[in-house]
Design a protein around this ligand. Structure first.
Ligand SMILES: Cc1cc2nc3c(=O)[nH]c(=O)nc-3n(C[C@H](O)[C@H](O)[C@H](O)COP(=O)(O)O)c2cc1C
Length: 332
């Protein structure tokens, strides 16, 4: 059982995660896998309530389930939270082959990426938008595509406002810088973090990268950069959740991952412009602008469009994310 389960976990680890922290661990059992958060890989400043951590776990869970279906299993997901966010995935063998949809999403797991460059602004056919929203359908999750220029302009203003708040905060910049891998050697050493080439920046030595952040990054420069990136995009997509709980966050992750895989299949690129979901004061304005009901929270804001492929981000090898039973107990 060990090797097939390791193969499934490999696909789970290709999921997106905030700052590419890869905040997951897996324990293998005879009848399945338990996935749990890695509390050493949190983002206390950018993500103080850990909603992004659990959205990331939801993305990994979705990849795991899709991979399991394609590798001959009938996964059964049980949420065993108890405040710690453990998810059990039982893996009985399947009597039914994967559906064409499951196969099509599986084929995109190794291709999907967060593409942070400028897009070409080409409009997206409405059939593609409909297919994306259908792929994202998930309990407790509301996924809205925004293509009208007035709402996009209002959302861009909120992205800029939140960006300025975040980059005015030295602790936020310090935490972000800690996760930037300024060159290939560093990225390949840690196999995590934000690899500068994947963000369209050149390889530079660590010491120079840190100086460049100090000298060239300011709240205003970041706000301007994101305004230009949104202006180059064809649509924005908002993922909101009913409730502000671990279960909702995981569902948002599952919904977003299917959306991202479907987008990849359609030749579309996506990247996060989440700042107004992360700066809690701005989040309220965002909820109001998008007329969300009370108790429904915006969690992800994504830009969508057409662009060339960028280098992929690194991942830790499967062996590093599998833990023993005693390690799992210690993590409780
Ligand atoms: C919950 C969540 C939040 C994220 N927030 C941001 C963000 O604010 N800005 C950004 O550029 N990327 C963001 N990302 C994308 C990650 O940085 C990206 O997934 C990671 O670097 C791995 O790269 P990949 O998606 O290309 O595999 C986020 C991803 C997730 C799952």
């Amino acid at each position: 059982m060990q090797q097939p389960y390791k193969d499934i976990i490999y696909y789970a680890t290709l999921a997106p995660s905030g700052h590419n922290t890869q905040p997951w661990k897996f324990e293998l059992f005879d009848d399945g896998i338990v996935m749990m958060p890695d509390w050493q890989r949190t983002l206390p400043i950018a993500d103080p309530d850990n909603h992004a951590l659990f959205i990331s776990l939801g993305c990994a869970l979705e990849n795991l389930v899709i991979a399991a279906r394609n590798l001959g299993y009938q996964p059964e997901v049980n949420y065993i939270f108890g405040g710690r966010g453990f998810v059990q995935i039982l893996l009985p063998p399947s009597n039914t082959p994967p559906t064409p949809t499951e196969i099509a999403l599986f084929e995109q797991i190794t291709e999907r990426q967060s593409t942070r460059c400028k897009y070409n602004g080409e409009p997206i056919p409405s059939a593609s938008i409909e297919a994306l929203l259908a792929a994202a359908t998930e309990d407790k999750v509301i996924c809205q595509a925004i293509t009208d220029t007035t709402t996009i302009k209002a959302l861009t203003d909120l992205v800029k406002e939140a960006c300025i708040l975040q980059f005015d905060n030295d602790a936020f910049v310090a935490e972000l810088t800690q996760w930037i891998r300024f060159n290939k050697m560093k990225a390949a050493e840690t196999n995590d973090g934000l690899y500068s080439k994947a963000s369209g920046n050149p390889n530079v030595p660590n010491w120079l990268g840190k100086i460049l952040v100090d000298v060239t990054v300011s709240p205003q420069s970041e706000a301007k950069k994101y305004e230009a990136l949104i202006n180059s995009s064809s649509a924005l997509v908002l993922f909101a959740g009913q409730g502000n709980s671990i279960r909702t966050w995981i569902n948002v992750g599952r919904s977003f991952e299917r959306f991202a895989l479907k987008a990849t299949a359609l030749g579309l690129k996506n990247a996060h412009v989440n700042m107004p979901c992360e700066a809690f004061d701005v989040r309220e304005k965002l909820a109001k602008l998008m007329q969300l009901n009370s108790g429904t929270y915006p969690f992800l804001l994504i830009r969508l469009g057409y662009a060339p492929k960028m280098p992929h981000a690194y991942r830790r090898p499967v062996e590093e994310v599998i833990i023993s039973h005693s390690e799992a107990i210690a993590a409780l």
